[in-house]
Each structure stands twice: as C-alpha cells, then as structure tokens.
Design a protein around this ligand. Structure first.
Ligand SMILES: *Cc1c(COP(=O)(O)O)cnc(C)c1O
Length: 470
C-alpha cells in the first residue's frame, strides 16, 4: 500500500514513511492509493473478533510494511487493561428506541482520541526501537488532543512531548489531567492566548524544515493518517454489535470538529461496511453543517469562531475535509489544488460549481447543528429518561441523531467524551455535577506542573530547543 498527497505533488511513500508526518510536502494530506475492499466472507470472519484482533486486521491492510506479528503485538498491548478496562473496548448500549450509544471514551483521558492515540504511541516507539534518536512531538491543544497525546507517550523515554495549551481556557478537569503529569518526557507549555495562538506558534515552528529535521519532529494532530485508520476499527466493531447479520443497514451520528472521526466512518464505508448514513453533528461553529447543506465550504475567521460549551468542536476550518473532497471529486488532484487555492484566496469554495456535487444525501451523508440550549435540553432529557449523564459533545450528537432517525435502521451516536470532563455544563443542565471517583479527586487536588509563556514563537522555540532530544 502506497500513500500519495491529495494535491498530487508529493512523492508516494509507504505507511511508516507517512506515520510521523503532518501535512504532505505539497501542502496536501497523504491518502492511500486505494481503499482495500472487505467482502462478505471477511465481514463474517471479522464479526467474531475481539477488538485487538479486529484492530490488527484493519490496520494491517493500511500498514503492510511492518515485520510479521508486530501489529498484532502492538494492538494486543494497547487495546487492553489498564488503558482500556472494558473488555469490549468500545461497548455499545441502547439509549432509546432506535438510538444506540457507542462508548468511545473509556480510555485513559476519557475522550475518544485515546483509541487512536494509544496505538500511535506504540507505533512511534517502534520507529525509535528500530532506529537511532529521540522523537519530539510538538503540538497544540484546546484540551482533549494534548491530554490524549501525553497519556499515550508518557513513560516512553525516547519520545518527548511539547504541548501548547491556552492558559486557563480549558475545563478544570482537562487542566488537572494534563498538568498533573510529572513524567520527565512531558512538557506542558501554558500559553497566554487562545488555542489559535497556540496553533500559530506550532505552525511557525513546524514550517522551519531544518528545525523539523534536526529535532526529529512528529505531528499527532487529527490529520495524522495513522489516527484516521485506527478510528475506522470501531465503526466495524459497532456495526457487528448492532446487527444480527452482515448486510443489515446502520447509521452513525458523529459529533464533529476537524472531520477526523467521521472521515474514519467514510473510509469504513468505502471499504464495504454497509453504512446507510453518516450524520455530521456540529455545534454553533457550523462550517461542516453548512458544507453538507449547501456544497459551500466557507472557513471562519477567528472572530467568527465562538467559544462554546462543546469546546473540542470549536473549529474555524475542518482540516480533514480535504481527504473527503479528494474522494468525491474522484481523486482529481488538479481540482483539489484549484479548490484549496480558491480557499486560500477567497476563504471559501463551492462544490456545486463542479460536476461532482451530488448533495449530502448523494454521498450518504446528513448533517445538523446544535446550540448551547440544545445541549442543555438534551443532557436533561437523557438524564430524566435514563439516569445517564452524557457529555456536551455527545449531547450535540444525540440532538442531531434524533432528527435523522429512520425506522428500521439503528442509529448509533458516538460518545466522544465522558461528562466528568465538562462538569460546569452538566451542573447548568441538571443541577448536579457528575460523580468524581477517588483517583479523579486525587488528580484534581494534585500539584500542577507547567511552563507559562507568551505566544511568542521565538521564545517557545528556544524553550523546546534546549529540552528536545537529539
Ligand atoms: C476531538 C473531539 C471531537 C471532534 O472530533 P473530530 O475528529 O475533530 O471531528 C468531538 N468531541 C470530543 C470530545 C473531542 O475531543
């Protein structure tokens, strides 16, 4: 399996060569040269597999450049206790008639990002075990990504993590989760600014090719291909849990920001999984809802991007959308280049002006939007009906999933975080906070360790340089 850029101007490379990369050298995103097809016989075989084995089967289709047995070893280690204490790893439960919840937030940081990030940690370590040097992960987070990356890379001495986070702009739980870490290879940089400021600093540092090479810099953001591939696994697992036989239809509703999670669903469908509909749920930052309703992709300015109570979906642009657009324009790289040049120049493009637009329904997609008031009402209604407390992102998903329910087709809403991470909104919705376990209470009370810095790329770069491994 070889990977090429959506813009068509980067040399093809195998999985392990694209593993550490963020953007492709031509500014596009790396994508496999085809989606492996999973036929009925394979589906039938996969149906009875436990999560680690299934993860190995899916990953090895995309990552065929590992020595025999390595992926099996890694998936066995990663998708097990203590990282994932539930044996099913991603259990599926009934929420209300026709609507199920896929629990993806059972990992170390209580957000779905752990599922891919934990495997990424093992994949990164394998690269270092077989070659010299230290890997330096430099990233920016609004809360969940950074935490997930740190918990996946901690205790791996050949990897150092430099994570920029917006000082005092994350939930108290998210801050405690990141800043309580005392591992020598984890560096938290709390920036006086917003997530966008953090992102700008990382981009500036990453644009220096020399720095990147000297310090063996790696990206862990949601455009990382290995993360996307690892996420496809739970669409298969959920399908098997929700259906009696292969061929039965199911739909998924996915709380979305950068389009990483739902892209994995699209890929599972391209591989042959019988998914009826993929429904994209956004919050007030509705770039993606607008795109699916109108064919117009209009990125938002900083001023237009609002801080909401589902903060992990507060995005101004959906970084992974380029991979989806690449597929729907039938992999026409020249057209992708044109569209993104238009985006650069005018802040938008309109797919209805190309011969490829078939409408969201034509692609098997649906979309919807949820507001703060919707989140509160949804958290309340779920709590009253079932006693369960869902997190605000999942609530956005449930609100939109209900709008797209179809008789006879189970709708699976992805639970992307646990409510305890976003306590303030839960209190606002139901007048009580989610239960904190003993270890969580200890974490909240633990001393916090971070370096507070201004959003100054030169200064942060010097900080990283003096601590980065060679
Ligand atoms: C990251 C995140 C999302 C958005 O996922 P994308 O892959 O960016 O679409 C949704 N919910 C939670 C809790 C997240 O952490």
């Amino acid at each position: 399996m070889m990977y090429a850029s959506t813009r068509g101007l980067a040399p093809p490379a195998p999985f392990r060569a694209v593993l550490l990369e963020g953007l492709a050298p031509d500014g596009g995103l790396m994508i496999p040269d085809g989606y492996p097809q999973v036929d009925r016989a394979m589906l039938q075989r996969w149906r009875s597999l436990a999560y680690p084995q299934l993860a190995c089967e899916v990953m090895r289709l995309y990552a065929d450049d590992y020595p025999q047995g390595e992926l099996a070893r890694m998936t066995q280690n990663v998708y097990a206790a203590p990282q994932f204490s539930n044996e099913a790893v991603t259990p599926l439960t009934d929420l209300e008639p026709g609507l199920k919840l896929l629990h993806l937030a059972g990992g170390p940081t209580l957000a779905f990002k752990d599922l891919a990030m934990q495997l990424l940690g093992a994949l990164f370590e394998f690269e270092l075990a077989t070659g010299p040097g230290t890997l330096n992960v430099v990233g920016a987070t609004s809360g969940d990504t950074g935490s997930s990356a740190e918990y996946a890379m901690r205790g791996r001495p050949a990897i150092r993590v430099f994570m920029l986070s917006p000082y005092r702009r994350m939930s108290a739980f998210q801050q405690a989760q990141m800043y309580c870490l005392r591992d020598a290879n984890i560096f938290n940089i709390a920036v006086d600014g917003t997530f966008d400021d953090c992102q700008d600093v990382v981009k500036e540092i990453a644009s220096d090719v020399d720095f990147k090479r000297t310090h063996k810099m790696a990206a862990v953001n949601s455009i990382n291909w290995a993360r996307v591939a690892a996420q496809a696994v739970y669409y298969f697992r959920a399908y098997f849990a929700a259906t009696k036989q292969d061929g039965d239809p199911v739909s998924f509703c996915v709380p979305s920001g950068n389009f990483g999670n739902v892209l994995a669903g699209w890929i599972a469908r391209k591989m042959g999984l019988p998914i009826e509909r993929l429904v994209v749920a956004t919050n007030e930052n509705d770039v993606l809802d607008e795109f699916f309703q109108t064919g117009r992709y209009r990125v938002r300015s900083r001023e237009e991007t609002v801080a909401t109570s589902s903060p992990s979906m507060d995005i101004s642009k959906a970084s992974n959308l380029e991979r989806f657009v690449f597929d729907i324009v039938e992999r026409d790289c020249a057209l992708v280049r044109d569209l993104w040049a238009g985006l650069q120049a005018h802040g938008e493009f309109d797919l209805t002006r190309t011969p490829h637009w078939r409408g969201a329904a034509g692609w098997g997609f649906g979309s919807g939007r949820s507001t703060h008031a919707d989140r509160l009402a949804t958290i309340r209604s779920v709590y009253q009906a079932s006693g369960r407390i869902v997190d605000p992102h999942t609530a956005d998903g449930i609100k939109v999933a209900r709008e797209w329910a179809q008789p006879g087709v189970p709708m699976i809403c992805l639970e992307t975080a646990q409510a305890v991470k976003f306590s303030d909104t839960i209190v606002e919705a139901i007048g009580q906070a989610p239960h904190l376990t003993e270890p969580m209470q200890r974490m909240m009370a633990a001393p916090q360790r971070f370096e507070r810095m201004p959003p100054d790329a030169a200064q942060i770069r010097r900080y990283i340089e003096s601590r980065a491994g060679q």
